[in-house]
Design a protein around this ligand. Structure first.
Ligand code: NDP
Ligand code: GDR
Length: 349
């Protein structure tokens, strides 16, 4: 049985990836942070009591700032594959906490790479690189595009990207970068713009909220559906040789278009509810991201199946249910039609 270790297993991507790997028959280990409240909501439905026979999911306390414990975990588990998804992943927050973001998001990668090197184990390594690294580089962006990071988060990811490449070249590690463009889902963190919009609109419909405060509506993003993107992470580590891949849909939309699509699907006019709060503007913005994923299509055979419009509908339906309302239904229909599973209000793979 193959063993995988996931950092960031409690996050959006970590939770979908854990489901995928369990389904593929892996023994899955995840690193979680100690918190005073439960922080495992996204993986509670797959949690297994470690005392039971046939358990294949194990959680370990650790932190990306604690090199000793990371080395310990990696040495003890001896995983075949490591998916390094843990990060301070919020771009706006990284301007408030640049040093902390550098420590967790940048140096965190080095700590894991060093733990692999020092423990001498043979494992494959996946680094969660980001389209934010392209920043101000003109679209479309692919593996050849020069990085131009526009935030402390993006700068930390560029550092982590190059450390991954360096350990591949210096120590012959099977280390890969997946340069993923924005991907969203009902499990997306509530402060990222897509989820902030779909949650607010559901609360507005439910009479629990009247206004939605946002920042820059002109930014353009290449938004895809997260469960499809974790399949790429796995595919990248199944190749014969380690390599770096850009993953995205090849379609771009502004935040305004997302608003329009979401509110009109729910029968509302966003202009009546949205106000601009400059607090959400970023000191330097990334204006225009658009993926050229032709390499992933050619080598991994990967193409997205869920469109922008479908993604919006899935997220709106889910948040309507969360707000105690009837879903409009198109989103749930799409989930079933495309072979995903939505039971007990949980979207699983
Ligand atoms: P989330 O913010 O949802 O999850 C981040 C995860 O990292 C959580 O499990 C979090 O734990 C964990 N984490 C944060 N700080 C630490 C720390 N100090 N030590 C250990 N674990 C920590 O991110 P996503 O799932 O959306 O993204 C996964 C990865 O992919 C991230 O590295 C992100 O930067 C990157 N990425 C994401 C994209 C996207 O569109 N989603 C696109 C490109 C890259 P806790 O739950 O306790 O907070
Ligand atoms: P991003 O995602 O910065 O692309 O990083 P986010 O959803 O935070 O912002 C997207 C765009 O929306 C604009 N925006 C707002 N953003 C937030 N969060 N809140 C608002 O109120 C708001 N109003 C407008 C932003 O200015 C921006 O232009 C995400 C993260 O998941 C990263 O970890 C990942 O690397 C990249 O995607 C790819």
């Amino acid at each position: 049985m193959k063993k995988a270790l996931i950092t960031g297993i409690t996050g959006q991507d970590g939770s979908y990836l854990a489901e995928l790997l369990l389904r593929k028959g892996y023994e899955v280990h995840g690193i979680i942070r100690r918190a005073s409240t439960f922080n495992t909501q996204r993986i509670d439905h797959i949690y297994q009591d470690p005392h039971m026979p046939n358990t294949r999911l194990y959680l370990h306390y650790g932190d990306l700032t604690d090199a000793g414990q990371l080395t310990n975990i990696i040495y003890n588990i001896q995983p075949d594959e490591i998916y390094h998804l843990g990060a301070q992943s919020h771009v706006k927050v990284s301007f408030e906490m640049p040093e902390f973001t550098g420590d967790v998001t940048g140096l965190g990668t080095t700590r894991i790479l060093e733990a692999i090197r020092r423990s001498g184990i043979k494992t494959k390594f996946y680094q969660a690189s980001s389209s934010e690294m392209f920043g101000a580089a003109p679209p479309p962006q692919n593996e050849e595009t020069k990085f131009y990071p526009r935030s402390p988060y993006a700068a930390a990811k560029v550092y982590a990207y190059w450390m991954t490449v360096n350990y591949r070249e210096a120590y012959n590690l099977f280390a890969c970068n997946g340069i993923l463009f924005n991907h969203e889902s009902p499990r997306r963190g509530e402060t990222f713009v897509t989820r902030k919009i779909t949650r607010a609109l559901a609360n507005i419909k439910a009479g629990k909220q009247n206004k939605l405060y946002l920042g820059n509506l002109d930014a353009k993003r290449d938004w895809g559906f997260a469960p499809e993107y974790v399949e790429c992470m796995w595919l990248i580590l199944q190749q014969e040789k380690p390599d770096d891949f850009v993953i995205g849909t090849g379609e771009t939309h502004s935040v305004r278009e997302f608003l329009e699509e979401a509110f009109s699907y729910a029968g509302l006019d966003w202009r009546e509810y949205v106000e601009i709060d400059p607090r959400y503007f970023r000191p330097t913005e990334v204006d225009y991201l658009l993926a050229d994923s032709s390499k992933a299509k050619r080598i991994l055979g990967w193409e997205p199946r869920v469109t922008f419009k479908e993604l919006v509908r899935i997220m709106v339906d889910y948040d309507l249910i969360q707000a105690g309302l009837e879903p409009i239904g198109e989103g749930i229909k799409i989930i079933h039609e495309k072979g995903f599973d939505w039971t007990n209000n949980k979207l699983t793979l």
